[in-house]
Write a protein that binds this ligand. Sequence first.
Ligand code: AHM
Ligand code: MG
Length: 334
Amino acid sequence: MTLGQFIIEKQADFPYAKGELSRLLRDIGIAAKIVNREVSKAGLVEILGETGETNIQGERVKKLDVYANEQFIAALKAGGEVCAIASEENEEIIPIDTEISKNAKYVVAMDPLDGSSNIDVNVSVGTIFSIYRRLTLKGPGTIEDFMQRGTEQVASGYIIYGSSCMLVYTTGKGVNGFTLDPSIGEFCLSHPNMQTPQKGVYYSVNEGNYLHFPEGIKKYIKYCQEEDSATSRPYSSRYIGSGVADIHRNLINGGVYIYPVTTKSPKGKLRLLYECNPLAFVIEQAGGKATTGDKRIMEVQINELHQRTPLVIGSSEMVDKVVEFMAKYKEQKV
Ligand code: AHM
Ligand code: MG
């Protein structure tokens, strides 16, 4: 079953739906295919040059993150279902004021190409997206439309540009994964009703920052490294540096991904609106958990577009354990 067929079939789950969300998801699928095409031929056409360089055809080449941003914005604008877009690449929101978007009900927040340190080196990168119903009543969307908690998301998901390209999304009724079949150019349902294991053996954290971590995280990392056959420890460390790829692997195999606060980034590094909330929605829908360390991610109050937050996400028993360590060593300063 292709993504297009699946979306149409699922529309029946929402009896009053007029198909706008379905079309919006379709538009995201189209942009994903275009970006994937560019990612997979990146080394060939030297598109990975710095922004502003000129390629052999004499065209100005763009870095892939800029390219991805433009493609997603173009696809969403052309589709006419969104009245504003927020992107990691843009300081301000992008209000949309076209004739076809006049009655648009949705806004989209996205990180068009996540995993920036892996863009130039042929390692998996991803796109993360989050869809909300607008709060304002008409005209182009405003910042207010994005100041909603993660619990208000209508749909969210990610695309992973890896050894194959996958699109994984949820509309709040489970999680489904689609793999791009390049021979027919379609995303095909390859991972129906994805469920993450309650526990796993992978922990994913940038241990280079160890000295700057809160005491609870330091103690948890030591716990992961201890020998204990009953809990299959020591766990294995796996950290790609592309959040989408790390979280996708842990979703399938079981594991926990942690990006805590550090003394250098006292609010954490990752962004609530277009990284943590959409990933949290997917992982919760797959049976996992996502917290800041002491609060559910999707309930965090949002006040700024590019707000940062610490993130602990993955298999529920592993997340619970991290939270337990955080609480136990809360009093101790970083
Ligand atoms: P980015 O949006 O600039 O790519 O940053 C987000 C990424 C995550 O995908 C990844 O897990 C993390 O930042 C890696 O950060 P670090 O290099 O500090 O470990
Ligand atoms: Mg990012």
